[in-house]
Design a protein around this ligand. Structure first.
Ligand code: CAA
Length: 380
């Protein structure tokens, strides 16, 4: 088993790290404070090929493997987890979905623009009454000639305001449970589609989240992805990959918390010694570092299985549940190590704690990841 990066992966890591330092670190606290979407930075990230990393070049992407994507995600999120979720949704949810399930007409029209970073995509599954119980949705589409007419409300849509298209899951047949769910591409700005206010969030404040309202919204039938009634499997299959992306986001936050803690522990003096020389701090650093490495290994295992086209739902769920817990633990310990300074906005570590929390919630809560893991093991 080879644990080293290829030359290409080393270059991706360096490129992502340099980009994060040069373009994301300046202003990250201010963007978080003002809940400001990183529009300019996103354009540059797209030019680097980081918005469609796993899509073949033929379809506008960079053609990298999933481990490379995880490496880039970790570096971006270690500096700016808000940018990380924008990148993750576009890469693992929208581009991967279109690459795997869309037809060539849809790939030509949408995927090329999304993977090259010209356009931004969003993924819309949840509704006010259906979060973890994702198939219990009410938004529906009725076929009318060469169009579908959509009505309903979706919520928690990441990039819902700034995206150019949104992949929406809705019912095309009622009364048959998940077998009535379909997936459709909806272009933003079309009549009948509007969005709610930008949600005021605890963390990842630089990314936008909103509700979407469909009011007799007409979408051409050619925007149906795959077949009617097959959308729920498309959603869950895509979310498996998304969970690797969010685990990588959590890893980036966890590693940043470790790096900042080590730096501070070696410089802050109390009782005439650096605080890193005290056992209480040593214990924290050791646990933080071990869990960062364990998260990374779980993530790369899931990524490798995905690239080998082997089953990886359980492994992706394990990576996400562990890495997100690590992000939360490490960020909390980092604030603790910084003491009063950690509690202040200007030191930038309280943001890690706020950003970490969502990784235990979106793309399937930790409780849902445990369910996926246990069901796979128990076979029920
Ligand atoms: N891939 C493909 N198909 C799958 C699958 C997978 N990983 N898991 C299950 N399926 C199939 C099943 O085989 C089944 O098909 P059949 O009936 O033909 O056998 C069908 O899907 C339904 O499966 P279940 O009966 O297991 O479905 P369920 O209703 O019990 O739900 C669940 C399972 C795991 C709880 C699922 O609903 C789930 O993952 N919920 C969490 C939802 C979620 O992650 N939401 C995230 C929103 S998006 C987001 O957060 C993005 C963002 O903003 C950043």
């Amino acid at each position: 088993m080879d644990f080293s990066y290829t030359e290409e992966q080393q270059l991706i890591q360096k490129t992502a790290r340099d980009f994060a330092q040069e373009h994301l670190a300046p202003g990250v606290i201010e963007r978080d404070d003002k809940a400001e979407f990183p529009k300019e930075q996103l354009k540059l990230l797209g030019e680097l090929g980081f918005m469609g990393m796993m899509v073949p070049e033929k379809w506008g992407g960079a053609g990298f493997d999933t481990v490379s994507y995880c490496i880039a995600m970790e570096e971006i999120c270690a500096v700016d987890a808000s940018m990380g979720v924008i990148m993750s949704v576009n890469n693992s949810l929208v581009c991967q979905l279109l690459w795997k399930y869309a037809n060539d007409y849809q790939r030509e029209k949408y995927l090329k623009k999304l993977a090259s970073g010209t356009w931004l995509g969003a993924f819309s599954l949840s509704e006010p009454q259906s979060g973890s119980d994702a198939s219990n949705m009410l938004t529906h589409a009725i076929r009318d000639g060469d169009h579908y007419v959509i009505n309903g409300t979706k919520n928690w849509v990441s990039s819902g305001i700034n995206s150019d298209i949104v992949v929406v899951f809705l019912m095309t047949e009622k009364g048959v449970g998940h077998k009535g769910i379909s997936a459709m591409i909806v272009e933003k700005g079309i009549p009948g589609l509007s969005h709610g206010k930008k949600e005021d969030k605890l963390g990842i404040r630089g990314s936008d989240t909103c509700e979407l309202y469909f009011d007799d919204c007409k979408v051409p039938v050619e925007n149906l992805i795959g077949e009617e009634g097959k959308g729920f499997k498309v959603a869950l299959g895509t979310l498996d990959g998304g969970r690797i992306g969010i685990a990588s986001q959590a890893l980036g936050i966890a590693r940043a918390a470790l790096d900042r803690s080590v730096e501070y522990a070696n410089e802050r003096k109390q009782f005439g010694k650096t605080i890193g020389s005290f056992g209480a701090i040593k214990d924290k650093i050791a646990t933080m570092a071990t869990n960062v490495d364990a998260s990374r290994l779980l993530i790369y295992r899931a990524a490798k299985l995905k690239d080998e086209e082997k089953p990886y739902s359980k492994e992706a769920a394990m990576a996400k549940v562990f890495a997100s817990q690590t992000a939360m633990d490490n960020a909390t310990q980092c604030v603790q190590i910084f003491g009063g300074y950690g509690y202040m906005q200007e030191y930038g570590v309280e943001r890690l704690m706020r950003d970490a929390k969502i990784t235990q919630i979106y793309e399937g809560t930790s409780e849902i990841q445990q369910l996926v893991i246990a069901r796979t093991i128990l076979g029920n």
